[in-house]
Design a protein around this ligand. Structure first.
Ligand code: 5AD
Ligand code: SF4
Length: 445
């Protein structure tokens, strides 16, 4: 067996894709390794969302060049491939900047990997087309053994790409137009995961609630109906989905949160900013009030639902007053968790051409203030869990002897003193304390 080492950057879809690459290459005799020095093939599955993320790839390639030289001195060959969104966005430019790279391939070509790797043994290969065929159709399904090795929870991509064109975002260019997988294909993949021992599935898509895959009769099916189909799979205990766009949060999906207990009461619903002027410049296609009204409707349907979000500070034209509107929105919503970023200019996006670019020190200072508020809200949320009882899905051994760790419905790690045999089960746990990153609880018998 040859050895494959994949390093994954960025979002959860890249995590999913890396597993699919391993599956695809297993057919050509590659076995995954966590030891880079053993690797015959090293793949960096990259992220292009912000400049910093993209630059990480080039620093890693600098290290890989040195590693490859020392391997060659020992007579060992090592092939280097770049996958993901940097590959898609920069293509041949990567080979120019880093001649050590043998193979550059975009997210739409993972099903062709065995062939591409074969070609890359003899020549430099760049593959960044958006092919007409359905890559998911051609990707081999995960084997039962590998599913078990990958754990009790799994990602499952149901749609890819985005048609929203937020003016800061590279996704519509790197991942292409929105494409939803057919219902039957998703159900079959979920069944396969459950057969391999998976209890919790997170449905993935850059704009997952825009899902509109075709069912067996050729009818367009929304995310809520897909969720109901998956809920029928015996042995599947929990469902989640991410990332959603406020515009696509339809009534059916809100009702699914009300009616379906296995759909976890935790929703990642990015708003990015709180000022209508900035939301408009970002092309988010909704106002702050529309977002707040939506949150009200969701919380009415499912009062114990908690929210997480994404925020960008320092988008072109953002004044102190606009930023204050973001702070106010955060205060009004009360997030359980959030990701916040300084605006990063992405070449080729409309935002890069806009007037009123905000100086770096102003962005930095606003980010500090926003993160302080978001961290305080996260702590407040975690503290509010003490004294409550939630179902916890136990996933692995804890840090200390006699401890096991699971996840609450809100994705918080929960540490409990209990027998290892409970791993893989869901138990009601009463929370008695919070740590920096986790909750502590006792199983309720
Ligand atoms: N600059 C900063 N943050 C960005 N994001 C997307 N594009 C940019 C950018 N150009 C953030 C958004 C998005 C998350 C995945 O990354 O908040 O929701
Ligand atoms: Fe990017 Fe906006 Fe699409 Fe999200 S919805 S992937 S932020 S363009």
């Amino acid at each position: 067996m040859k050895k494959l080492f994949i390093k994954t950057y960025g979002c959860q879809m890249n995590v999913y894709d890396s597993d699919r690459m391993s599956d695809a290459l297993a057919a050509s005799g590659y076995e995954a390794t966590t030891e880079i020095n053993d690797a015959d093939l090293v793949v960096l599955n990259t992220c292009h969302i912000r400049e910093k993320a993209a630059e990480k790839v080039y620093s890693e390639l600098g290290r890989l060049r040195i590693l490859r030289q020392s391997q060659e001195a020992k007579g060992k060959k090592m092939m280097i491939g770049i996958a993901g969104c940097v590959a898609q966005a920069e293509g041949e430019e990567i080979m120019r900047r880093a001649p050590v790279v043998d193979l550059v391939f975009g997210p739409q070509s993972y099903h062709k990997l065995p062939e591409l790797v074969g070609r890359a043994a003899n020549e430099k290969v760049v593959e960044t087309d958006f092919p007409a065929e359905d890559k998911f159709e051609h990707l081999p399904k995960a084997k039962k053994e590998t599913t078990i090795a990958r754990g009790l929870t799994s990602f499952l991509t149901v749609q890819e790409g985005c048609d929203k064109f937020c003016s800061f975002c590279v996704v519509p260019y790197t991942r292409g137009a929105e494409v939803s997988r057919p219902v039957a294909q998703v159900v079959a993949e979920a069944q396969n995961l459950v057969d391999g021992g998976v209890k919790e599935i997170t449905l993935l898509g850059q704009n997952v609630n825009a899902y509109h895959g075709l069912d067996e009769k050729g009818n367009s099916t929304g995310l809520a109906d897909l969720i109901y189909r998956l809920a029928d799979i015996k042995g599947l205990e929990r469902l989640r989905y991410t990332t959603s766009h406020p515009r696509d949060m339809d009534d059916a999906l809100i009702e699914a949160h009300r009616d379906l207990d296995m759909l976890m009461p935790y929703l990642h619903l990015p708003v990015q900013a709180g000022s209508d002027k900035i939301l408009k410049a970002m092309n988010r296609q909704h106002t702050a009030k529309e977002y707040m009204d939506l949150i009200d409707r969701i919380r009415t349907a499912r009062p114990d639902l908690a929210l997480s979000g994404d925020f960008i500070v320092g988008f072109p034209g953002e004044t102190e007053e606009d930023f204050e509107a973001t702070m106010q929105l955060v205060k009004d919503v009360h997030y359980a968790a959030a990701y916040s970023f300084k605006y990063s200019t992405r070449p080729g996006t409309p935002g890069a051409e806009m007037d009123g670019q905000v100086p770096e020190d102003v962005k930095y200072e606003r980010l500090q203030r926003l993160q302080e508020l978001l961290n305080a809200q996260q702590k407040e949320f975690n503290d509010s869990c003490v004294g409550k009882t939630f179902p916890v899905l136990f996933e692995k051994k804890g840090r200390d002897e006699g401890q096991i760790v699971g996840r609450s419905p809100y994705l918080q790690p929960v540490q409990v003193e209990a027998d290892l045999s409970l791993i893989g089960t869901i138990r009601p746990v009463s929370m008695y304390d919070t740590g920096k990153f986790s909750l502590f609880g006792k199983i309720v018998t």
